[in-house]
Design a binder for this molecule. Sequence first.
Ligand code: SF4
Length: 356
Amino acid sequence: MPFFWEIALSDNRDDSLNPGPPFGETSGSTMPGTIPRAESRFQPVRDRYGWRLALVFGNHAPGGFCPSYTHERCFHCDIGAGEGAAFDLTTNRQRLAWFQEFYQPHLASVSHLVLYNSGSVLNPREMPSEMLEEIVTFARSLPAVRVISLDSREPYLRRETVGRILLPRRTGITIRPILGIESGDDRIRNEVLRKGMPRTAINRVFKDLSKLAAEFGPASIGLDVNVVIAGPGTTHTTAVVDAVMTARHALTAGVEHGVKVDLNLHPYYVGSRGSAHFPDHPRCSPATTVRAVAKIAELVRSMATDCSLFIGWNDEGHDRERQQGHREIEQARAAFDRFNHTNDTGVLNGLESTWG
Ligand code: SF4
């Protein structure tokens, strides 16, 4: 599951699709609370697959909390706090309907749909199977969709769970669960961040996905791995090394198991939990982001593996240094967007010197 969401998108980007209806305009039949708050509504952006759209659904677990958040895991994450209340079938169906109306002008162009729910969409306690099925059916109905990513966590990334989504196959669509490994360093992941995600569990995910790739074909299944850049447990000196090592672990496991891995690269920012648990740990500097991304892109080239890289920097309203965050994003937005579309590190040239 994510620590950061998709890339944030404002309304006046030069590469976004034409804007849809103004936020908040609906048919009038939607219950309050089912409309996602502004910070978690995303404009379509481009990635290597084409137009990418992220949809954030509600979480059905008690209080709307991600269970890992409830159990004091993931010290870096505020997203697991959910939206202040548990969703049910009615409210999430209303949100689905709202999305369909709100994004209607864009839906025919969406190639990559990314599904979130402030936790794991593959955990039936957080997203009942029938709700997930309705959402995936909607996703599959999009005429241009090639990739559907589903944010999850390792206990729910199982052959049976993911296999159920693969069964009603439509040729040409890849299902890609998202796994927030964050750091390939076991100490950082499990002791510092308290992810509670042992290496054996990660290996088991790759094995299960490998079986699905054999059963349904390698083009049917993939894995999106979240990597935190310069998160707690790293230092100014080790941040880039840690991010590259994490990427290498994920890509190597993907090659070994015949599972295509894509990487979501997330610069660390300071949220509420982060500041409570790691009061002295700073946000990831933009220069570190660029260095890490460039090194990871180089790694991808050297491994000759087909991997899509995506820089996500949105904070969903959790960044405690918002003004600084916005300043940095404004300087980098155009270059990061071009990078996400092309994965060409040349578009990042010059950014690092801007920041020093
Ligand atoms: S699993 Fe952890 S990182 Fe993912 S949403 Fe839950 S608390 Fe956050």
